[in-house]
Design a protein around this ligand. Structure first.
Ligand code: TYM
Length: 390
């Protein structure tokens, strides 16, 4: 028995990330695997924020051989996006810039309606808001597709039906727990569709799914469907990240959690500073004198953890900050200020790109699936197109 829970719908307790790997049956990333990513390796990988994987070698082979490879990573639009959500997105953008990977980004508005207490109207508003955040990341429209489940139902639904009969209710219950309703029971067939979609459009090829480890159960289900070999696909690989914590404790930073413990992508400098100064857990000592004497503990310090995850990309600067903190030269308040500056710099650039976007419909049009892509995907799972509706 463990005293923590991690599923796509419930993250609780203090997570033991090693035990979680045993529980899920995923593997720790090796140095060798990390170094197979293009140089310079992204901080999220070399600092082990992404710490585990499933079957990543074939994806790395494809990077090296310059053969087709895709990334799928998505968002369930249930509220304002926060720093945790951008981990897979900025990582995907980075890989796309380095290797010309195709990137598919599904939006599970259906899932969030089914599992959260929100109206369809609210989910629709969140979808528009979150799409703008996504577009601000700056993916290459030629190589990127954005899919919204209820808007792209012409392709998502026939595929999800094709996969739905390969997933039993007992698989659902064993993987996710009790469903909220029958719509929820069907949803894993939809996320399986997301993960297999690049292969159904472009033919069999390695696909990588970079996600927070809470999403791994969906990868397991999709790999199980792929292994039944009824469709022309190989199992998707996964890159699994630890969570960015809540500012005030070890739990996961979460869109539905308390606003004071979460930095959202639209926070300005002042609110970032207020949240961090007032709420962030530190590894500092109780008094300035004790801190100077004994030093701080960066391993439990949330501002340091944020810098380490990705917001201070320079390894030497990060190492210097760590030394100074351990030695007591750097106080917790000063470390907080460094983190505030770094996060603010990152978010200011993100927010600037957001203000430069045109109208949402126009921007999005460049990323929608083409008619040909939709037809190909439907045909690959065995749907015949209607020649004429008359
Ligand atoms: P969602 O919207 O809950 O989360 C989007 C992504 O952000 C990750 N994440 C975090 N990572 C680090 N620290 C955190 N505190 C944190 N909080 C969230 C999640 O693990 C996820 O990778 N069902 C999905 C959306 C989805 C999807 C997909 C994701 C639909 N299709 C295909 C990947 C691939 C969801 O609700 O994610």
């Amino acid at each position: 028995m463990t005293d923590f829970t991690v599923t796509p719908y419930d993250v609780r307790g203090t997570i033991d990330y090693e035990k979680l790997l045993e529980q899920f049956g995923a593997d720790r990333l090796t140095d060798e695997q990390i170094n197979r990513f293009p140089n310079p390796v992204h901080p999220l990988l070399r600092r082990r924020q992404f710490y585990a994987h499933r079957d990543i070698d074939r994806f790395c082979d494809a990077i090296e051989a310059k053969t087709p490879h895709s990334i799928v990573t998505g968002r369930g639009p249930s509220g304002a996006m926060h720093l945790g959500h951008i981990i897979p997105l900025y990582f995907a953008k980075y890989v796309q810039e380095q290797t010309n990977a195709r990137v598919y980004i599904p939006f599970s508005d259906d899932e969030k309606f089914l599992v959260k207490d929100r109206t369809l109207e609210t989910i629709g508003e969140q979808t528009r808001d979150n799409l703008e955040e996504l577009l601000a990341v700056g993916f290459d429209p030629e190589r990127t597709r954005i899919i919204i489940d209820t808007h792209d139902a012409d392709v998502i639904y026939p595929l999800a039906v094709a996969f739905g009969d390969a997933i039993t209710q007992s698989t659902f219950n064993g993987t996710y727990g009790e469903p909220e309703n029958i719509g929820h029971s069907f949803y894993p067939a939809v996320q399986t569709t997301h993960l297999l979609l690049p292969q159904l459009i472009h033919g069999v090829h390695p696909t990588l799914v970079p996600i927070g480890i809470d999403q791994d159960p969906h990868v397991r289900v999709s790999r199980d469907v792929a292994s039944k070999r009824r469709f022309p696909v190989e199992k998707p690989a996964a890159l699994l990240s630890k969570f960015l914590p809540r500012l005030d404790g070890p739990g996961k930073m979460s869109a539905s959690g308390d606003a004071h413990a979460t930095i959202t992508l639209n926070d300005d400098r002042e609110s970032i500073a207020t949240k961090i100064h007032t709420h962030a857990v530190t590894g500092g000592q109780a008094s300035k004198a004790a801190h100077r004497k004994h030093g701080g503990d960066p391993t439990v310090d949330v501002p340091f953890g944020l810098l380490q995850a990705m917001f201070e990309p320079d390894d030497e600067r990060l190492a210097q900050i760590e030394r100074d903190y351990r030695d007591g030269k750097l106080l917790s308040g000063e470390l907080k200020s460094i983190a505030i500056d770094a996060i603010n710099e990152f978010l200011t650039a993100h927010q600037k790109r957001k203000t430069q976007l045109g109208p949402l419909e126009t921007e999005l049009a460049r990323y929608r699936l083409t008619d040909e892509e939709r037809t190909t995907a439907r045909q690959r799972v065995g749907h015949n197109e209607l020649k004429s509706m008359n």
